[in-house]
Design a protein around this ligand. Structure first.
Ligand SMILES: [Zn+2]
Length: 339
């Protein structure tokens, strides 16, 4: 398959297809160019659109024919200033985008055939930075779909310290509930309801300030919100939301009936944290929540995940890596939030 002949950028559906689509760095470079400049190379200085000069000894550098200004193919992407070949980056982003539970640096090193563990670690680390705060806009806002909101204690095992919730962290979640077309095969499960986008955040406590504050920062005003009848959600109406509080949510049958999707999100989250990551410390939890959110919201769209990770998605989808690394919530050395 020749990627130059396809109008819309293709996305490999399998590993053999990946090999055909991206056989070498040149194929990746043309793909990158197409992804960045849909209407052809555009000079960053004089804004002239058109075929640039190319320098054989400096692949990846494009020169404007009018003003001779140089632009790099990888500028503004995760690959900027990296010595790792483009194809390795593409392969890495493809694996991260398509493997549901994620991948360890050791697996990564083997699959990519890298000699140095540090290279694998560094690539993974940078791709993960793209997941750190990928979703800033508020969910909901569609009259047909409501949003379920709930909170749960996550992580931290209690070992011989008595009952309670020691070392656990309170996490608030909001999820859009969507409906399948009636008559399709799946619409009998959970009354045809399924999860849309999700938002997750560590919250300080179960107070109205914390929980309503979470809702305000993650859900569009006017949305119908379904929660339990905990007083922490009591002022949602005053804050401009339509609010439906379910009584007796402590009863599992009632919870399953009225808030099935949020419970699914929490059980998936817990399974992912314990199964894939063997538990997570509280100070890193928000970074893991962000990765979970990134994966969950793109589970039907690996192509979007792939482009977001590489930083070539364009528009709001693309994180700017300079911004990612400048935030003071990121610390320099940890594999997660780099603390
Ligand atoms: Zn120019």
């Amino acid at each position: 398959m020749d990627i130059f002949n396809i109008n819309d950028l293709p996305f490999p559906q399998s590993l053999p297809e990946f090999q055909r689509l991206f056989p070498d760095d040149n194929a990746c470079a043309s793909y990158l160019e197409r992804a960045r400049w849909i209407h052809g190379f555009t000079c960053p200085r004089c804004l002239k659109v058109g075929e640039p000069f190319r320098i054989p000894t400096r692949p990846g550098v494009l020169v404007c024919r009018k003003c001779r200004c140089e632009d790099g193919l990888t500028v503004g992407t995760v690959m900027e200033r990296s010595h790792t070949p483009l194809r390795t980056w593409f392969w890495a982003a493809y694996l991260v985008a398509t493997q549901t539970p994620g991948i360890s640096a050791v697996q990564f090193q083997r699959q990519l055939g890298l000699t140095r563990y540090e290279t694998a670690f560094g690539i993974l680390h940078k791709l993960r930075a793209g997941m750190v705060r990928p979703d800033q806009d508020r969910i909901g806002g569609q009259p047909a779909n409501h949003v379920e909101v709930d909170e749960a204690w996550i992580g931290g095992k209690t070992r011989g310290e008595g009952r309670g919730v020691h070392h656990k962290t309170l996490v608030a979640a909001a999820v859009e509930v969507r409906h399948r077309e009636p008559g399709t095969a799946q619409d009998k499960r959970k009354d045809g309801r399924y999860a849309g986008r999700v938002r997750l955040a560590v919250v300080a406590d179960r107070s109205a300030d914390s929980l309503c504050g979470f809702v305000q920062s993650t859900v569009a005003p006017g949305t119908l919100i379904v929660s339990d009848d905990w007083s922490g959600y009591g002022s949602l109406r005053k804050l401009g939301y339509d609010h439906h509080a379910i009584a007796e949510c402590g009863n599992p049958e009632i919870a399953e009936e009225f808030m099935p999707i949020i419970h699914l999100v929490f059980s998936n989250l817990k399974a992912w944290l314990n199964g894939t990551h063997h538990g997570v410390s509280p100070k890193h939890l928000q970074a893991y929540l962000n990765e979970f959110t990134f994966r969950f919201n793109r589970r039907f769209y690996p192509f979007n995940a792939f482009r977001s990770l590489l930083g070539i998605a364009g528009g709001a989808e693309a994180p700017t890596y300079a911004a990612l690394y400048s935030g003071d919530w990121i610390h320099p050395t940890c594999s997660r939030c780099m603390c």
